[in-house]
Write a new protein. Structure first.
Length: 339
């Protein structure tokens, strides 16, 4: 039987040599494939799923981010709007996608946490069905009042409400929304009484504040800023840890002594559970580059967003902490999805 002399000097018979070489080539092929997995990613376009409709501030954030990610990754990143069912439609679509790095999801961590606090654990969840890529930006709400009232600061609003307990109402974006919970936390902290009037979103609620039918509201910066600039509303405070670049003269509620209202709605970049870590790392690198881009910062700050400083490694625990916080807060304030 013919023999084969290996490079190492080992002498084997031809059948043994053939098997030996096949195994060697297989090992080399697997090693090459493993090394090329990250180097070759991405090779096609990536879809970025969003649980919000087109046209809003979050859609602007997603499209600005998709452009920057695409520039860095060398492939187009296509935004897919999947609104509905409290964000569950988009979340389910993302969670059920292939965990290969070609589907990403922008999650509203606080909105998701509040929805679960009100409705119980759902079929999909951020902590159970996704891997965290990184925190993108936060969008704090602001406390607004009608300019016709002449209330220019937080203390004056509290005094106004305390002078007539239960006489006035406040507007919210809907029962069980962040706007609603912020209103209830404010009442608890300030020791005032006011009736919630829930509307279907800011577009319906804010005109009621402007008209004076409602005394105050917690609203998004995007919706309220034009009315502040037009002198139709006054902004008394920001529900965040830091002041906003678009209105640096407005203090945070924490500065005013209000605790528990640093309700910054964090938006995070997620991927379906099981996405290869090397691909997550590549996307995370592209996200970090986008956050450092001056043009990206300027574009999203105009929409009321602030670049997040939450490290990627602590994001999973942040999500769990938010779920626990809002679960406890909803229970303590006796808030329901219809109240």
């Amino acid at each position: 039987m013919a023999t084969v002399v290996c490079k190492s000097g080992r002498v084997v018979t031809r059948p043994q040599g053939i098997r030996f070489l096949r195994r060697a080539f297989a090992v080399l092929a697997l090693s090459a494939a493993a090394g090329a997995g990250a180097a070759d990613f991405p090779q096609r376009s990536i879809q970025l799923i969003l649980s919000f409709p087109p046209g809003g501030a979050t859609d602007v954030l997603a499209r600005e981010l998709s452009q920057k990610l695409g520039d860095t990754l060398g492939q187009s990143v296509v935004v897919l709007n999947r609104p509905g069912a409290g964000g569950l439609i988009g979340m389910q679509a993302a969670a059920r996608s292939e965990a290969d790095g070609y589907t990403l999801y922008i999650s509203s961590v606080m909105s998701n946490s509040i929805y679960e606090a009100l409705n119980g654990k759902q079929q999909v969840s951020l902590d159970g069905d996704f891997d965290a890529v990184g925190a993108i930006a936060s969008a704090p709400h602001i406390l607004v009042t009608p300019s016709t009232l002449g209330i220019k600061d937080y203390a004056s609003l509290v005094a106004y409400l305390k002078a007539a307990p239960g006489k006035y109402n406040y507007a919210s974006m809907g029962a069980g929304t962040l706007s609603n919970l912020e209103g209830e936390i404010f009442k608890e902290q300030a020791g005032v009484d006011a009736l919630q009037i829930p509307y279907k979103g800011s577009s319906q609620a804010l005109p009621e504040v402007i008209s004076g039918a409602s005394v105050f509201m917690f609203d998004s910066v995007t919706s309220s800023l034009p009315h502040k600039q037009g002198g139709r509303i006054d902004v008394l405070g920001v529900a965040s840890a830091k002041r906003l670049p678009v209105m640096p003269d407005v203090p945070t509620l924490k500065e005013l002594g209000v605790q528990g209202l640093e309700a910054e709605n964090l938006f995070a970049l997620m991927a379906p559970k099981g996405t290869p870590k090397d691909r997550l790392d590549i996307v995370a690198g592209a996200l970090a580059k986008a956050q450092g881009d001056a043009g990206f910062r300027k574009a999203i700050e105009a929409q009321g967003f602030q670049i997040s400083e939450i490290p990627a490694k602590t994001l999973p625990q942040f999500i769990l902490d938010q779920q626990a916080f809002w679960r406890d807060k909803v229970k303590a304030l006796n808030i329901t999805a219809s109240k």
